[in-house]
Design a protein around this ligand. Structure first.
Ligand code: KIV
Ligand code: ZN
Length: 515
């Protein structure tokens, strides 16, 4: 189900039919150029397999001339007979083209800068020299059986007449497509539309675009280029790439599908391909990354969750299933009773209404600081409330707890408790660690000979900000030697251990009173 703006179709009414758009993925080349990413040959193969599975048309696998390992990896990928066509980058330098020929790829993507700025300060070449280099390189690559895509680096700051001339030259020299890179992400969508429109009138071969995201417009510029006649989109999975990255594959593919009904890749594999790239590159996605960020289909606030429960289009432009991911109804500080009740229902838990306030209060306390409570944690909290309910009115309650601990110090705890008859007791004890000290202090304060038979601590989600669950088993050796279990859930290990111990003590007292 797609729920995009109806104004889009109105705005696109003058745009001719858009079909057969090719996805040229450069995750393994421009994506890898992102500071902090360095892929091994195995990494590249894993990502290439995911991209091929996704159905991209081209995989720019790297820059063959940049080193022996790189060349060997590209050669290996070329030999894997993937459905995607394999490409290597090359400068307009004969030795670069030779390395690409050696790698056995289908296609070379060769580039030279055409802006005055780059020609003067970087290349130190005249426009005529640049033009001659471009023609010579395309002819050489063609003569060696390569399909050629030619890029005017820094196109969006290049002189239009010069660019038209050089692009016509390479078209005549046998290039099968030309690429227009917005190398430093500086063009705006309207200008991109005009630029591509002009070039579309001039050239007869396909036009590709390569947009960087320095000003946050990479995807908008890519779509504007498509509107004006570009048919190949350079993209990177998760939007990785030099500096602020490249146009993101998933965002471009989704926009083309949602607004132009153009299916470029198998959308249902976007979620998994994104995860492969995130894991292998080690480049963590921002939670709010469109389409694939962890919050893209997460809903916490009561109003939104209520809307989603009635009709997902209220707060989702498309269903998460479309891209192979799940929706998350997050339980956190902003959750309302509706969300919590809905979550419990979906987990098959029948939770009594008269304890709902306590549950909401516990959730809000735990969620302070932005913590999200997942299903396992919610279950542990519920269990704790229900379990406590089954027990008793308290015989001993903990009023104060202070623990001093550190490196090379003896952990010391002081507790104050109130006994069933109202008597207030305070005790201090040491221990091998803060938990041990706290529990020793409690034992001393209640003046009962209790031994800890078992202590179990688990971080519920295995993450460092997870809430923990503590289960203790106490033995009252002074009385009948019976065993009692106590359980508690919380954020702080010491506090939760003490809560579990107090729960067990109260249970023990209640049992003895009953008997
Ligand atoms: O951004 C760019 O200009 C490039 C070129 C190599 C095409 O990545
Ligand atoms: Zn680039």
């Amino acid at each position: 189900m797609l729920a995009v703006s109806p104004y889009n179709q109105l705005a696109l009414s003058g745009v001719g039919p858009i079909k057969d758009i090719k996805i040229f993925d450069t995750t393994l080349r421009d994506g890898e150029q992102a500071p902090g990413i360095a892929l091994s040959p195995e990494d590249k193969i894993r990502i290439a397999l995911a991209l091929d599975d996704l159905g991209v048309d081209y995989i720019e696998a790297g820059f063959a001339a940049s080193g022996q390992t790189e060349k060997e990896t590209i050669t290996k990928l070329s030999g894997m007979k993937l459905d995607a066509r394999i490409c290597s980058l090359a400068r307009t330098v004969k030795s670069d083209i030779d390395a690409v020929i050696d790698a056995g790829v289908d296609l070379v993507h060769t580039f030279i800068a055409t802006s005055d700025l780059h020609m003067k300060y970087k290349l130190k070449m005249t426009p005529e020299e640049v033009r001659a280099k471009a023609i010579e390189t395309v002819e050489y690559a063609k003569a060696h059986g390569l399909e050629v895509q030619f890029s005017c680096e820094d196109s969006t700051r290049s002189n239009l007449d010069f660019m038209k001339a050089i692009l016509l030259d390479v078209q005549n020299a046998g290039a099968s497509s030309v690429n227009i890179p917005d190398t430093v992400g500086v063009i705006i969508p309207r200008a991109m539309e005009r630029l591509i429109g002009e070039l579309h009138k001039t050239l007869s071969i396909p036009i590709s675009v390569h947009c960087h995201n320095d000003m946050g417009l990479a995807v908008a510029n890519t779509i504007a280029a498509v509107d004006a006649g570009a048919t190949i989109c350079h993209v990177c999975m998760n939007g990785i790439g030099e500096r602020a990255g490249n146009a993101s594959l998933e965002e471009v593919a989704l926009n083309l599908f949602a607004n132009y009904r153009v299916q470029t890749v198998d959308l249902s594999k976007i979620g998994s391909a994104s995860k492969v790239v995130e894991r292998v590159t080690g480049f963590a996605l921002a939670g709010n990354k469109p389409i694939v960020g962890r919050n893209a289909f997460a809903h916490e606030s009561g109003i939104h969750v209520h809307g989603i429960m009635n009709n997902t289009s209220t707060y989702e432009p498309f269903l998460p299933e479309l891209i192979g991911v799940d929706r998350h109804i997050v339980i956190g500080k902003h959750s309302g009773v509706h969300s919590v009740r809905g979550r419990l229902d979906s987990l098959g838990i029948r939770f009594p209404n008269d304890h709902m306030n306590e549950l909401m209060e516990t959730i809000k306390n735990i969620a302070i600081g932005g913590k999200m409570i997942d299903d396992a944690e919610l279950l542990a909290i519920v269990d704790n409330i229900l379990w406590k309910k089954e027990t008793l009115e308290k015989t001993v309650s903990l009023d104060e707890l202070t623990v001093l601990t550190g490196k090379n110090t003896t952990s010391t705890a002081t507790v104050s408790v109130t006994m069933g008859d109202g008597e207030r007791r305070t005790a201090a004890e040491t221990g091998v660690g803060p938990v041990d000290a706290a529990i020793n202090a409690i034992r001393k304060s209640i003046n009962e000979k209790i031994t800890m038979e078992e202590y179990k601590l688990s971080a519920i989600t295995g993450k460092s900000d997870s809430i923990c669950e503590v289960t203790v088993m106490l033995k009252n050796v002074q009385n009948d030697g019976s065993l009692t279990v106590g359980k508690a859930v919380g954020l702080d290990i010491v506090e939760t251990s003490v809560d579990a111990t107090m729960a067990a003590i109260n249970r023990d007292f209640a049992r003895r009173r009953r008997e």
